[in-house]
Design a protein. Structure first.
Length: 450
C-alpha cells in the first residue's frame, strides 16, 4: 500500500513539474510554490499511511452471533384420545366420541320332568348390539344418544342432554330413573350375565323425564319426574307420571370403599295403562320361558322402595340389595312383591372392581393379555330371591344359587360363564301336577364395549 502511495505521489509530481527545457524559465517565486505543494502532498500521504496502519493493527470485530428465536409450537385445535374408541376434544369444550357394545350370549336350561317347551335346552342370541355417540358442549352441557339393534329393529335406549355446574347435574330426556345399585350399574360391568331377578320382574326401564343430581363429598342425592319409555309414548296421549329418588352414602374406610343407598318410587299409571304384570326368565335371556309370573293385575299405581349396600376392598367385593314393589288396585287388596340378592366376589388376579358416582364400574386390567399378563380373573357367588305371591295373587317364588367366572383379558373385552340352580315354589308352569321343582341353567357371554 505504501508503494502505491509513493508511486501516486511521484506521478503527481511529474505532472506538476515542468520539463527540463522549461525548468530554467522558473522564477524563484514559482519554485517556492511548487515546493509547498509537494510538502502538502507528502503530509497527506503520511496521514493516509497512519490511518492504514491503525486499521491493520485493530481489525473490525465480527458481529456477535444472534441466538435463534425459541420455537413456538401452536396447540392443536383438536386433540384425539382413546377410550375404547377415538375421542375428539377441542380447547373450547367440545368433545365427540362414538360408543357402543356387542354382547353375544348362549345358554342352556334343563327341562323339568313332564315339561316340554321349545325354549328349554340350548339357545343363543345377540343380547345387545348398541351404537351411539356422546360428548360435551361448551358451557357445561353434554349429550348422549344410543340405540339397540339386537332385536332387528332399532330401539332407543339413552337420549338425553345434561348440564353440569359444580356438584349439580341436570338431565333432560330418556334415562334411568334411579332404581338402585344393580340396575344403574351398566350391563357391561355386572358380575352375572343378567342382573338380579327383581330388576327385570318389576319392569325397571329408562323413561323420558327431567332429573337432578347433587354429589358432594360422600353423599349423592338424586331425584326426578318421569313419564314413560320413549317406545311407549304416542300422539294419542300418555298421562303416566312417576316420582323417583335415591340417596347414596359412599365413604371410604382406609382402602375400603363402602356404599349404602336407599330409593323410593311412585308411579301413576295414567289412563292408557290399566294393568301390570311381573315375571322373570331363568337367569339367561336366551330362554323365552317364565316359570314364575303374575297374571295381569288391574292397577292404577305402583310404589317401590329399595335398599342397597356394598363394599370393595382390594380383590374382594360384596353387595346386597332388596326391593319391595306395591301395586295400587281398585276394589281389592294391594299386593306387595319382594325381590333381593346377596353376592360376594374375589379376583384371582391382582385386580379390583371399579366404583364411581354411586355405581359399579368395569375393572381396569393391571396385567393385560398382550403385555405379558393373564388379564383379570374373577369368581362370584350369588343368592337371588324373588317372591311374586301376595294378596291372593299366586305368581310363584324363586330361590337362585348362582356362580360366575369372568375373564377380562384387556380393557373393553370380557368373557363370562354362569351357572345357576333355580328352585321354584308355586311355579306357574306345572311339571305334571308338581309346581315345586328345580332347573339348572348354564350361560356364556362374549362382549366388547367402546
Amino acid at each position: 500500500m505504501r508503494a502505491y502511495l509513493t508511486a501516486a505521489l511521484l506521478g503527481t509530481t511529474m505532472l506538476a513539474a515542468p520539463t527540463t527545457a522549461h525548468a530554467q524559465a522558473l522564477s524563484a517565486e514559482e519554485a517556492a510554490e511548487l515546493r509547498a505543494e509537494l510538502a502538502a502532498l507528502k503530509a497527506k500521504v503520511d496521514t493516509l499511511e497512519a490511518r492504514l496502519d491503525g486499521a491493520i493493527a485493530s481489525p473490525v470485530p465480527a458481529p456477535a452471533p444472534v441466538a435463534p428465536a425459541p420455537t413456538v409450537t401452536a396447540k392443536p385445535a383438536t386433540e384425539i384420545g382413546w377410550k375404547g374408541a377415538p375421542e375428539l376434544k377441542t380447547a373450547d369444550g367440545w368433545s365427540f366420541k362414538p360408543r357402543g357394545r356387542i354382547l353375544v350370549d348362549a345358554g342352556h336350561v334343563s327341562a323339568p320332568s313332564a315339561i316340554s317347551d321349545r325354549a328349554l335346552g340350548f339357545s343363543n342370541e345377540l343380547r345387545r348390539v348398541r351404537l351411539g355417540v356422546e360428548g360435551t358442549i361448551p358451557g357445561g352441557f353434554g349429550y348422549k344418544l344410543e340405540a339397540d339393534f339386537a332385536g332387528g329393529d332399532a330401539e332407543l335406549t339413552d337420549a338425553h342432554l345434561t348440564y353440569k355446574d359444580g356438584p349439580l347435574k341436570v338431565t333432560v330426556g330418556q334415562h334411568n330413573n334411579f332404581q338402585g345399585l344393580e340396575e344403574l350399574s351398566s350391563s357391561n360391568d355386572t358380575s352375572f350375565i343378567e342382573r338380579a331377578a327383581f330388576t327385570d320382574a318389576f319392569g325397571f326401564e329408562r323413561r323420558v323425564g327431567v332429573s337432578g343430581e347433587v354429589a358432594t363429598g360422600d353423599v349423592i342425592v338424586q331425584g326426578g319426574v318421569f313419564t314413560d319409555n320413549f317406545g311407549d309414548l304416542s300422539d294419542s296421549g300418555n298421562s303416566s307420571v312417576s316420582l323417583d329418588g335415591r340417596l347414596v352414602f359412599a365413604p371410604k374406610l382406609g382402602d375400603t370403599q363402602l356404599h349404602f343407598g336407599a330409593s323410593a318410587h311412585w308411579r301413576d299409571l295414567g289412563d292408557t295403562v290399566t294393568s301390570v304384570r311381573y315375571r322373570q326368565r331363568p337367569l339367561v335371556h336366551t330362554a323365552d320361558i317364565r316359570f314364575i309370573s303374575t297374571p295381569s293385575i288391574g292397577a292404577k299405581s305402583e310404589t317401590g322402595y329399595g335398599a342397597e349396600a356394598a363394599f370393595i376392598s382390594g380383590r374382594f367385593h360384596g353387595a346386597a340389595e332388596a326391593f319391595w314393589q306395591k301395586v295400587g288396585r281398585t276394589g281389592a287388596a294391594d299386593p306387595t312383591f319382594f325381590g333381593g340378592a346377596v353376592e360376594a366376589g374375589v379376583f384371582l388376579t391382582d385386580d379390583t372392581r371399579g366404583y364411581r358416582s354411586g355405581v359399579f364400574r368395569g375393572v381396569k386390567v393391571k396385567n393385560p393379555v398382550g403385555s405379558g399378563g393373564l388379564g383379570a380373573w374373577q369368581l362370584n357367588l350369588r343368592y337371588d330371591h324373588l317372591d311374586l305371591n301376595d294378596a291372593g295373587i299366586d305368581g310363584g317364588k324363586q330361590h337362585g344359587y348362582m356362580a360366575s367366572l369372568i375373564w377380562t383379558p384387556i380393557d373393553y373385552v370380557r368373557f363370562m360363564v354362569n351357572y345357576a340352580r333355580l328352585e321354584y315354589r308355586d311355579a306357574v308352569i306345572a311339571a305334571g301336577t308338581d309346581r315345586d321343582y328345580g332347573v339348572d341353567t348354564f350361560g356364556m357371554r362374549a362382549q366388547i364395549v367402546f
